[in-house]
Design a protein. Sequence first.
Length: 134
Amino acid sequence: MTDAGHLARIHDTAELAQGTTSADAVVAHVRGELVELLQLRGCRFEYGTLLGRPPRLEQDGRVSVGRRRWDVERCGWPEGEIELRASGQGHYVGRYMLDPMPGSVPTLQARLVAVTLADQAGAALDTAGRPAAG
């Protein structure tokens, strides 16, 4: 994936978010982008829940497991699902639960794009108000 490809993902998502009245459409679009970008087996969005303490993809593109940093470049993704939080205007609105393919090692650049996409979905949800269920 080139820098132009990453920029196109961000731009296309921003255009969708500005041109639709459906925050759910943005959430679904971002889910598809994340699967392709991060080479995931699957991905789902949970509205407004923070159950458990799964590994987390942080805003700086690093991954943490508990209070420790996980070396994605050296070790790949940690076992199990990875949480990617979505926020809008500083308000937590939900999270993507990423199900990585075994052996995949996404670049820092791809992880930073993923965080940006999740934030775009979060902003759309914050503007629209939270849906009842997801």
